[in-house]
Design a protein around this ligand. Structure first.
Ligand SMILES: O=c1[nH]c(=O)c2ncn([C@@H]3O[C@H](COP(=O)(O)OP(=O)(O)OP(=O)(O)O)[C@@H](O)[C@H]3O)c2[nH]1
Ligand SMILES: [Mg+2]
Length: 203
């Protein structure tokens, strides 16, 4: 079976990837299977650059095709912040709770109609021979004034899906995967997957 490794340590992403890939003929490994791989520094200024850094480092270290996701939240009233810094918004020692609290603080006094935002995801598969496949996805919504829901991760309790009007953390797993930036990017990536896999040199 084709083996790929997910170049992420985010448990929420790993869960969503696993749910969406369960019907594919892929043996999906994670970084837990390669404890020798340390922290990967995200020095890029774009989602694409960071996705390439993560995927290429893991592909070279494992000799397997690696898939990375670099994603984040862009808030219009904050000129696109936190963007590529979404995971590190409340640095040093960022947590999802602190990131959400900081986001609410920065948006204090901003009316709902001006709290527009989107999640973006760039997903990139990188082969040890240097070939790559890249796809992106975005998800439009608003930032609520109060958190709601227990599902998902990250900013999901504050992100309101523009279509259903529901907080992302209130969506079921299938509903989120159907709408989300990550779901869209992964479905695009998989469309071109057979062609990519056929071109890659497998050792
Ligand atoms: O509510 C959310 N629902 C989502 O669906 C989602 N997708 C991304 N994000 C935020 O953006 C950061 C990614 O940063 P990121 O791509 O560097 O990932 P990460 O550092 O968490 O893990 P890794 O993949 O780098 O190992 C995450 O931590 C989250 O804060 C999300 N928040
Ligand atoms: Mg990261």
């Amino acid at each position: 079976m084709n083996a790929v490794v997910l170049a992420t340590r985010n448990k929420g992403k790993i869960r969503e990837f696993s749910e969406m890939l369960q019907n594919f003929q892929l043996n999906v490994l994670g970084l837990d299977d390669f404890p020798e791989i340390g922290e990967i520094e995200e020095t890029g200024v774009t989602f694409e650059a960071n996705a390439r850094i993560k995927a290429s480092e893991v592909a070279k270290a494992t000799g397997l095709v690696a898939i990375a996701d670099d994603s984040g939240l862009e808030v219009d009233a904050l000129d696109g912040a936190p963007g590529v810094f979404s995971a590190r918004f409340s640095a040093p020692n960022p947590t999802d709770e602190k990131n959400n609290a900081l986001l609410l603080e920065k948006l204090q006094g901003v009316p709902y109609e001006k709290r527009t935002a989107r999640f973006r995801c760039v997903m990139l598969a990188y082969a040890p021979d240097g070939q790559e496949l890249c796809a992106d996805g975005s998800w439009e919504g608003h930032i609520a004034e109060q958190p709601e829901g227990d599902n998902g991760f990250g900013y999901d309790p504050l992100f309101v899906d523009s279509i259903s009007g529901k907080h992302s953390a209130c969506l079921s797993r299938d509903e989120k995967n159907a709408r989300s930036h990550r779901g869209k990017a992964l479905r695009k990536l998989l469309e071109d997957w057979p062609f990519f896999w056929g071109r890659v040199k497998h050792s």
